[in-house]
Design a protein around this ligand. Sequence first.
Ligand code: RUG
Length: 821
Amino acid sequence: MNAALGRDRSLPTREGLKRAFLDHLLYTQNKSLAIASRNDLYQALAHTIRDCMLRTWFDTASSYKAKHSRMVAYLSAEFLMGPYLGNNVLNLGLMDEVKAAIAELGLDFDDLANQEEEPGLGNGGLGRLAACFIDSLASLEIPAIGYGIRYEYGIFYQTIIDGWQVENTDKWLRYGNPWEIQHAEWSVEIKLGGRTETYTDDAGKFRVRWVPEKTVAGVPFDSPILGYRVNTANTLRLWRAEATEAFDFPTFNRGDYLGAVSKKVTSENLTKVLYPNDESDQGKELRLEQQYFFVSCSLQDMLRIQINRGQPVTEFHLAFAIQLNDTHPAIGVAELMRLLVDEHQIVWEQAWDVTRQTFAYTNHTLLPEALERWPLKLFERVLPRHLEIIYEINARFLNEVRIRFLGDESRLSRLSLIDESGERYVRMAHLACVGSSAINGVAELHSELLKRDVLADFYAMWPEKFTNVTNGVTPRRWIALSNPRQTSLVSRAIGNDWIKDFSRIKELEPFADDAGFAADWQAIKRDNKIELAGQLLQRTGIRVDPDSMFDVQVKRIHEYKRQHLAVLHIVALYHRLKSDPNLDVVPRTFIFGGKAAPGYHRAKLIIKLITSVGDVVNNDPAVRDRLKVVFLPNFSVTRGQRIYPAADLSEQISLAGKEASGTGNMKFAMNGALTIGTMDGANVEIREEVGADQFFLFGLTAEEVYALRARGYSPSDYYRNNAELHAVLDLIRSGFFSRGDANLFAPLIDELMHTDPYMLLVDYQSYVDCQGEVDRTYRDTQDWTRRSILNAARSGKFSSDRSIRDYAERVWKVGPAPVSS
Ligand code: RUG
């Protein structure tokens, strides 16, 4: 430990913290308190806190090495970690001391924490899930390492200009990242492109060698992932691409300086930027290179660790359980085969046994456009050796299928790793299924639908591989850190063990009927709303009433998530108020947030629709402030931490069968917001847990959606037969919300009226009626508060600790390996 903080691993004193902070201000930032910028102060504090974790981090690695613990390697192209400072202070158990130490220096902790540039290394749910899992793995003291990509530019920074989304680059590294340590000594070399050739080795064996077109270096950057109040600090290892030769000397010597560095620049492009698409990114060569790059780096790293421990590579599966977070790292199946067979000279059959026992695959989507496949030609250009390996895996696999299902030719083409129905593609989900010992969906409904539809043929082949692990979120970040008021109230009532063991949150149930507790609960929600209202005013200029109902939908903008269904409801309310200005409605603030993929025009138009409706509704005196519509720009982990605690109503309104799980729904529920939602993803389980009274249910079920589609769906019937819906669509279509421009929203409205792929018009009436029920319930404050408390008290299942225990028992077969103090 840093000398100023003390010599052992016991927690530092307030004086020690102050001394270490001032030391870092001087020796790391070279500033004094008098002249330090806020960033200097943040950096000094971040370094101080990092020092408090280093010993534990080092000891954890040593302990894993000594015990030969089987380690979980979580491979994910995205880790949406959120700001580190607050979380690390919380997990250290130092929040009060650090705040006090900083205050004694005349500074404000929150103010410094707000300086942190959030590492936005993910798009949304999938990346944030990886972050929650990595927190839970450490908190449960399970040996684990997260492997990913250190993108220089994370998800774009969203601003709203004239109601439209505008994307700006995310320069999260501009002031440096105090939470990482570069380990150049563990760099690896990555090959790309080129061709393969055969040769005979010294023992006379026929072998294949990959002759790449180029090589790139992968350099690891490690961050400690400290568990909550334990002695375990696991590692998040993110790879950056660097040129193997920084300089092309022959070119340089010819006097072409720029030409000489251009190779370096091209190599480093590999980890330059995160692809900003949530559910599809196929066909982009650089994306395939990114995936291969981080997967190969990670596998080579694991093999290095294995060999260093003196264990044979044939026992790789005993040392590592690799979880594939979606198909993005699925190339790992072919890469591990290549490393074992070509580089370590293991025979194919044995290598395949090791590979299959190592990998497990999580599917996160049923949307066909999100199932990754690579054009074969592109794949061959980038990874020629892997294509050969995939052909070999496929040939052996299809033989197995032939034997199991005699004469079933169509099954062979459905299951093949190569899609040959038109242009040829490599199917990454198939590679993941064949190469894994376990396959899971992320909510019960999703896992069932996977077995029935998307992966039905694989289920028929290997039913025993399939399981469900419902997603979860970490109660540390999403309650203890985000909602300190609720945290202290709950801890006063039931003690603070719930933060570690979230199933204990159920002990809160009896307090739902305790008038004093309920009054405090309600006051806390109001304080959180006041705070959010301040942010909304500051960021959008829109003033909202904290006593109105905060009705919130924050998530990626996507047609299947149906933000525009919420807009139809708002326009219907507006229309009613215009027809009857004295109508008695519950005042509501509709808060939206979320990013649209830059090339997804329809999603961007939905943002424009929200902001345009807001412009009219917010400024119409006839509304008398009873409705407000706010789009909060740049939804992120940081923004989410303010939003979830302030919500009354959580909108989870995707078309049933489309949202694999959702995790925002869980964050809202834990923070006491009631849900209005469909029977989709994890909503089904949330409703089951919290009880039907705490969940406003509407809309078709997934079964009904299939049935209606099979019968033939005609949206125009709904338009014709529903007067209010008719009026709402006409009003938007007429240009009323677009300064008379009848063309602006035409693509959206015309699609709803003609094809409506996400069936908004079918669910419209049920949604609006259900919102009426929400209004009636909200009018009785005591009843609403009771439901809100019950809701939070029954959200215990949705901790990511529970998800990780499920994976540990059913998929990875690993247990805790506590590090002694
Ligand atoms: O859309 C899904 C969410 O339903 C889910 O909660 C989340 C985590 O499992 O993953 C999201 N997702 C799916 N993000 N990208 C994909 C497709 O690759």
